[in-house]
Each structure stands twice: as structure tokens, then as C-alpha cells.
Design a protein around this ligand. Structure first.
Ligand code: PSU
Ligand code: MN
Length: 304
């Protein structure tokens, strides 16, 4: 059996892959662990719509009763969103064989989504913030960073939230051989705000620039991912002090409550959301939809 036989494609995504049409993968952890209901469903559908508006096909990835799905329909998104964190395992690389083997539900992280997208023949994946090295816990290195070092997917994000140690995160990406591209920017975006002040490897100003770098990576036979960091749209950015105050408090609470491992990111994201009210949520959604749009443009550039 080949790996492809382990995947279940929606008809639309299968047809697009066979035709060589542009496809953009989307993760499902942000649906189950990133947002409360019903904002999670609305955001997932808004990202899909933004991809379609650019002439590409969205492929939301998740595991449903052990079946690794490439392209969810609205009912499946609704079902996972309703089950939430309690009913769906957050799936990085180590979790995929568990959910598949034991026929569980799974929501794929950046790492998990990259793996499935690559198995499916999809080249571009759009998300919000990637995992990284946690502030104050330099041993907690997200599997996302290691996956970027070993799987040739172009990941479009809004940088990383400053719940992470951004300088250390960049160091690990360098060690893993991952090019970090700033999309229309010279510095690493910090998710809620447009700049962390930290340098990136290369500024790019068009989807064609990204496609050229991805094509060169393939010609050179280098098997790693490429990170494209897009600043959140100006109108929706959060003032740095608002984001920082909430993140500092949420991180402190996580430490005080002894939250660890894969639970840290969802816990801190949930608390930041509560502490900033609607403001962080609208910045978050704006970044996600914008990244979906940029991802679709890159997928289109790669397909011509
Ligand atoms: N950062 C965000 N939003 C998210 C995540 C990270 O701003 O939803 C999710 C992504 O799915 C990412 C995962 O891959 O959290 C990283 O978790 P960990 O730190 O456990 O690797
Ligand atoms: Mn982590």
C-alpha cells in the first residue's frame, strides 16, 4: 500500500490535484483548539472563501474516526468545531499514528498538516501563527519547527505570537535550514503586530518571488519547508502593549497552574482571547484570512 491510499480526498480536492490546479492546505487545530465556537467555524469558512476568490481550492485537513481527510466539507468542520479540545486530539507528527491506528478524531497542527499535505501532493499551506520555542521554556521546541526542516511545504503565516521566544525560534529555524521570507516586510511579523523588529532572511514582494524560491529548493533537491511571514493587515493590528500585557499574564498563569507540553499553546491562546476581548480575535481572524489569500496567490504562481 502506498501512503496515498491512507488518505481520503474530497472529490473537489482530488480533481484539483489531478488537474495540477492550485490547492491550499488548511490546518484544523485552529478550529478545535484555537477559537471558541462559533468563531472557529466562521473563520475556517472565511479562509476557504478567500482561497476560492483567488482561483484556488482549499483543502482543510483533519482526522475523522481515524480517516485522514484532505478536504473537509462544511458538516465535518462543524462537527469538529462542536467537539472542540475535549473531543479531538491535537495532532503533531507523533500523534498521527495514534489517531489513525486507534480510529480517533484528530485536529492537525502546523506539523501534522504539513505531513498530510506533502503526502497529498499539496505544496502550499496557510495558517495563523506557527509553534516555536516557548518563553522561559527553551526545551519546549514545537514540532512545527522540526517539520519545517524536513518537509517541503511552503507555510504562510503571520509570524509567531510573542507567547514564544521569537529570537530562539528563529535560531531553531536556522539550525533546521528553513528560509524565513518576509512578505512585503524586512522584519519578522509578531502575529498581532506587524513587526517584532527581528530580521528575516529575505524580503519578497510577490507570489512569484516565493514560487521561484520554492522551485529552486526543488531543483537543488533540498527537502525542507519554506516559511513565508505576512504582517497582519494594518487596520486590524493590535497595539504592542495590549498584546504584550495579555500574553505576559496568560503565560504567568500557565506557569502557576503547571500547564505543560502540548497544552501550553491552547491554554495561552484561550486566555489571551479572554483578556483582550474581541480585539485579539478580530486581529487573529484578519491575519488568517489574509494569509489564506496570500497562500492562494502563491499556489497560483506555482501552478503556472
Ligand atoms: N499559534 C497560534 N495559533 C494556533 C497555534 C499556534 O497562534 O492555533 C496551533 C497551531 O496548530 C500550531 C500549534 O501548529 O498550535 C503549535 O502547538 P505546539 O506549541 O504544541 O507545537
Ligand atoms: Mn509548544
Amino acid at each position: 500500500m502506498t501512503l496515498h491510499n491512507a488518505l481520503v480526498f474530497s472529490n473537489e480536492v482530488a480533481a484539483a490535484i489531478w488537474a495540477g490546479s492550485p490547492v491550499v492546505a488548511l490546518e484544523s487545530t485552529l478550529i478545535t483548539h484555537g477559537f471558541p465556537y462559533p468563531a472557529n467555524v466562521d473563520t475556517a469558512l472565511a479562509m476557504e472563501a478567500a482561497i476560492r476568490a483567488e482561483g484556488a481550492i482549499p483543502a482543510t485537513i483533519a482526522v475523522i474516526k481515524g480517516s485522514i481527510k484532505v478536504g473537509l466539507d462544511g458538516n465535518e468542520i462543524e462537527m469538529l468545531a462542536g467537539l472542540g479540545q475535549a473531543g479531538v486530539r491535537k495532532c503533531s507528527r507523533r500523534d498521527l499514528p495514534i489517531v489513525a491506528g486507534l480510529r480517533q478524531h484528530g485536529a492537525t497542527t502546523v506539523a501534522g498538516t504539513m505531513i498530510v499535505a506533502h503526502m497529498a501532493g499539496i505544496k502550499v499551506f496557510a495558517t495563523g501563527g506557527i509553534g516555536g520555542v516557548h518563553r522561559g521554556h527553551p526545551q519546549d521546541v514545537s514540532a512545527d519547527l522540526i517539520e519545517l526542516g524536513r518537509t517541503p511545504i511552503t507555510v504562510v503565516c503571520a509570524g509567531a505570537k510573542s507567547i514564544l521566544d521569537l529570537p530562539l525560534t528563529l535560531e531553531v529555524l536556522e539550525t533546521q535550514g528553513v528560509p524565513v521570507l518576509g512578505y512585503g516586510t524586512d522584519t519578522l511579523p509578531a502575529f498581532y503586530s506587524r513587526s517584532s523588529g527581528l530580521p528575516i532572511d529575505q524580503r519578497v514582494d510577490s507570489p512569484e518571488d516565493v514560487a521561484a524560491i520554492a522551485a529552486a529548493r526543488d531543483l537543488l533537491g533540498l527537502g525542507h519547508g519554506i516559511l513565508v511571514a505576512v504582517p497582519v493587515p494594518e487596520a486590524d493590528a493590535l497595539p504592542v502593549d495590549v498584546a504584550e500585557t495579555a500574553i505576559a499574564q496568560a503565560t504567568q498563569e500557565a506557569n502557576a497552574q503547571g500547564i505543560s507540553g502540548k497544552d501550553i499553546t491552547p491554554f495561552v491562546l484561550g486566555r489571551v482571547l479572554e483578556l483582550t476581548g474581541g480585539r485579539s480575535q478580530s486581529a487573529n481572524i484578519a491575519a488568517l484570512v489574509n494569509n489564506a489569500r496570500v497562500g492562494a496567490r502563491i499556489a497560483v504562481a506555482l501552478s503556472i
